[in-house]
Design a protein around this ligand. Structure first.
Ligand code: GNR
Ligand code: NI
Length: 167
């Protein structure tokens, strides 16, 4: 297992659209394990491969209190979305920034598991929010893209200032 460096907004590599996984093999299982370790260490409730500069459609999520329910989604597709909810979001690629984003309340996600088997899951609440946030990453979007351009500019300035202080 290995910890992977996480790209920071506005890194242009966060805008890449990830390619579907063609075959679920040991390299994909290793990537998922490394992503899980990186997510738990951060700590975060989800991580998309895009954030670790791997542009393949792999997502890990654990929204459990005990951090004991790792879920891996390969080639996730949100095949059905219903309702709406507004919640405060954060992102490991946009550290220290939190804002409200509107998302579907319930989603159905079709995906491959670590054995390459097709699965489907109905999700709601935080898991549904996290799935939408992670699929956005695979499509080159971060939650900041859902905010006004004024807020986006302020966030870029704030992160640039932070980077200067930590440099
Ligand atoms: O750790 C995370 N918390 C979170 C909170 C509200 C909505 C979405 C998230 S995902 C985020 C981890 C992350 O950046 N995943 O891409
Ligand atoms: Ni994120």
């Amino acid at each position: 297992m290995a910890l992977l460096p996480i790209l920071r907004f506005p890194d242009p590599r966060l805008k890449k659209v990830a390619a579907p996984v063609v075959r679920v093999d040991d390299s994909i299982r290793k990537l998922a394990a490394d992503m899980a370790e990186t997510m738990y260490e951060a700590p975060g409730i989800g991580l998309a491969a895009t954030q670790v500069d791997v542009h393949q459609r792999v997502v890990v999520i654990d929204v459990s209190e005990e951090k004991s329910e790792l879920r891996v989604f390969i080639n996730p597709v949100l095949s059905h979305c219903d309702g709406s909810q507004v919640g405060e979001e954060g992102c490991l690629s946009v550290p220290g920034i939190y804002d409200k984003v509107e998302r579907a309340e319930q989603v159905t996600v079709d995906y491959l598991d670590l054995d390459g088997q097709a699965q489907s899951l109905r999700a709601e609440g935080l898991l549904a929010v996290c799935l939408q946030h992670e699929v956005d990453h695979l499509n080159g979007k971060v939650f900041v893209d859902h905010l006004s351009s004024l807020k986006q500019t302020r966030i870029k300035n704030k992160l640039a200032k932070q980077a200067r202080v930590t440099a």
